[in-house]
Structures are given as structure tokens and as C-alpha cells.
Design a protein around this ligand. Sequence first.
Ligand SMILES: C[S@@+](CC[C@H](N)C(=O)[O-])C[C@H]1O[C@@H](n2cnc3c(N)ncnc32)[C@H](O)[C@@H]1O
Length: 315
Amino acid sequence: MGASAETEAGGPRSARATHRRGAIGGASIARVSEQTGASTAGLPAEAQAPGFDTQHAHSARVYNYWLGGKDNFAADREAAEQAITANPGIVTDVRANRAFLARAVRFLATECGVRQFLDIGTGLPTASNTHEVAQAAAPDARIVYVDNDPIVLAHARALLASTPQGATAYLDADLRDPQAILRAAAKTLDFSRPIALMLLIILHLIPDGDDPYGIVTALVERLAEGSYVVLAHPASDIRAAQIAEMTRRVNERMSGPRATMRDRAAITHFFDGLDLVEPGLVQPQQWRPEPGLLSPPRVTAWCGVARKGRPAGRA
Ligand SMILES: C[S@@+](CC[C@H](N)C(=O)[O-])C[C@H]1O[C@@H](n2cnc3c(N)ncnc32)[C@H](O)[C@@H]1O
């Protein structure tokens, strides 16, 4: 655990980064604390680099397969297909989650004035990555991505194409060490100003024994008033039998922590002490849908956006 490498591109703060090593294109890479060996940044997915376990399925690569990506191996494809057989809705579900991510980031950048994003459990680069959506709305937006999968690190370069006015950085770090993430993210983000903390489809990979609620609390505590939490979590209480069977099949094939699906009440608990913005905790297709777009029915996740501290003018 612990942040191991940092990659940053873009505006003025990157010039101040103290742990820089070498430049790759417009980005720089630095080890923040000891963990893995040499950086794998820039490697193609197929590379059998140290740290790539291709014998077992990995959540980032299974998810990539469902999204139609090519950054996955046979074990990932087998697990993903097993999941589809148990729960054919999973493919539209993950796409609905990505659409929620884009709508939430756009909402925060355009309607709430948020200029900083801490996206933990980034996943492999795909369409409409957080920095692309945020910087399209606000070119000065600063984004820190965090993931602990070596294959996501290998593709980090695609997440670093910042606007000149903004900044992007990548941390190879584990959500179970929130203090290491906060320390490293503070090189790019100003924690005295609002930040959107993004935890989408990652908390189910933190078992109850690793205290997911304590982790979220530790992160939220460091956020300034006026910050937001964007959270999406797979549901155990929608299409329950299919989800249980899908989870069993994927867990059998995964290395690392097994997925823990949670119900609406358990997911609501992550927002304790925060003010959910309208429409509250809903399924992704129900969260501020864009007019005229046909949305998938019964997406098997709960999601919401919540604010820390009350908006000005409220008692
Ligand atoms: C299912 S993907 C979700 C990607 C993206 N957040 C989304 O919603 O589209 C989950 C990601 O979380 C990462 N992840 C899982 N456990 C993690 C941990 N303990 N620390 C950091 N990242 C983790 C995985 O490597 C994977 O890239």
C-alpha cells in the first residue's frame, strides 16, 4: 500500500513538483514513496511487465472488456463473459455508469464552479475521462487520478493530456491508504479550496474488513467546505439473484480483494454528514438525465453527488 509513483502534466503547480524524475512527452514521473520497481508508464497493455498478473482477472481489465476496450487478457475476458452470462445487463450498466460520471463532472464544473477533481479508482482510459469532461467545461480544472493497478499506471500517459491552463496528475496508490493519497494529491490540488472526490465503482472492491466507511471519512475530513463527493456503487438489491450469481462467478476468477455488493441503505451510509444534491441517491440513468436520451432500465448500481457543508444562504 502507499503511493508509489506520481505522474503530472500541465500548469503552474507541476512546475513546482518536488519529486520529479524524468520527462516522458509532456509528463513527468516520480516515486512518491517506495513500493513497486521501475515505472511501467507507456507500456502497451500486452506487455508482460513485472506486476502484471495475466493468469487472474483484474477489475480494471474486466471493466475495460465490458466497455468494449482492448486492454484485457484471456482471464479477464473469460470472467467478463461469465458475468455477462449471469447478468446480461452488466454491459449497459457500466456504460450508464460512465455516462453518469460525465454528467456529474460537467454539472460540478459548470453549475457548482468546481475546479479540482480527485478521481480514485480511475480505471483504464476510455471515452470521456474525467479531465476531458472537466477541462472542456473549465480549462483551468486540475485533476488527480489514483489507481493501484499496474496496467492503469502503464496507460497513465493517456490521462495526462492537460490543457495548458489546468493540470493532471496520476498517482499509483491504494485507496486503503487514504493519508498517502492525500499527501501526494496535495502536490497538485489545493485542499483549502473545494475538490470533487470521485469514488465510482471502486468501493465494492474494499471489503468491510478494510473499513470502507472509515476510508471515505478520512478522505472527506480533509476536504474544504463546498467540496463534493461523487460516488457510484454496484447494487446488491436490484436484480438481486442475477447480481449475486455474477459476483460469485467474477470473484472466483479475480486476484486481489473480492467484490462486496451492497444495498441502498449501506451505500447511503457513505454519504453520512453530507448533503445529497437532487435527485439524491438513485440509479445512474436517473441522475439528471440529458433530455431526449433513451436511458437503460434498471441499472444495477446506486449513485449520488453530495456536498460538504451547506450552500450559502441555507440555515
Ligand atoms: C471498475 S473500475 C472503475 C473505473 C471508473 N472509476 C469508472 O467508474 O468508470 C475500478 C478501478 O478501481 C481500481 N482499484 C480497485 N481497488 C483499488 C484500490 N484499493 N486502490 C486503488 N484503486 C483500486 C481498479 O484497479 C480499477 O481500475
